[in-house]
Design a protein around this ligand. Structure first.
Ligand SMILES: CC(C)(COP(=O)(O)OP(=O)(O)OC[C@H]1O[C@@H](n2cnc3c(N)ncnc32)[C@H](O)[C@@H]1OP(=O)(O)O)[C@@H](O)C(=O)NCCC(=O)NCCS
Length: 182
């Protein structure tokens, strides 16, 4: 199938509780063990911030079963900090104005076809729309994430700005701060 048709056929919908296990499977397969979130962490994020957990789904007619299939997701929580630190990543502050992105993950079978870029664009659009419905004093101000160097272009393509090296130390490779200002 032509790649544009494939991307246009994807469904971008919030991940419900029953799909969190499948999200965990993607997380487990995608991230090195020291970086992967546990199932409990994903369940915590889905239960407290369901509209910050967006999935990319293959429609039923393209999936091997008769149901839509989760092939990628973005998940975040809110923080009142402005950058990612161990502390700002650790819990969800419902009054936070900074969307703290924890995972961006795509099924290995569908990588390098533009799914992550399309999904992040959808995510930003949904955040903007959702923010408009929030009270003035809790509107989203920015989305932040940390990335390894080789993936910085992915986030820049969707409008994140590189801020420099992150203070987070985790594993052997350096992390970089990226911010999307709403
Ligand atoms: C990172 C990840 C989400 C990218 O998903 P994807 O759907 O393959 O990404 P896209 O096809 O939308 O890529 C868009 C652009 O991002 C960059 N990019 C994506 N994957 C890359 C890779 N493995 N190496 C280098 N650049 C990459 C490229 O610039 C790419 O554009 P191009 O294909 O025209 O060169 C996916 O590889 C994944 O799930 N990895 C495991 C989890 C992970 O590491 N997440 C990121 C944490 S910071």
């Amino acid at each position: 199938m032509d790649n544009k048709l494939f991307l246009d056929s994807l469904l971008f919908e919030y991940v419900n509780a029953s799909d969190v296990k499948r999200a965990f499977q993607l997380e487990f397969e995608g991230y090195p063990p020291e970086e992967a979130a546990t199932l409990e962490k994903l369940e915590y994020r889905q239960s407290l911030a369901p509209t910050l957990f967006l999935g990319a789904y293959l429609p039923p007619n393209l999936s091997t079963s008769s149901e839509r299939l989760l092939i990628g997701f973005v998940v975040s929580t809110l923080t009142s900090a402005t950058t990612i630190t161990e502390e700002s990543m650790s819990h969800h502050d419902p009054f936070g104005k900074t969307v703290c992105v924890h995972s961006v993950c795509v099924d290995k079978l569908y990588q390098r076809r533009g799914v992550a870029a399309r999904m992040l664009n959808e995510y930003i659009t949904k955040l903007r729309n959702e923010s408009q419905n929030r009270d003035t004093d809790v509107k989203y101000e920015r989305a932040v994430l940390i990335s390894h160097e080789y993936l910085i272009p992915l986030y820049q393509k969707v409008g994140f700005i590189l801020k420099g090296e992150s203070q987070v130390v985790h594993g052997n490779d350096k992390w970089f701060d990226l911010t999307f200002e709403f």
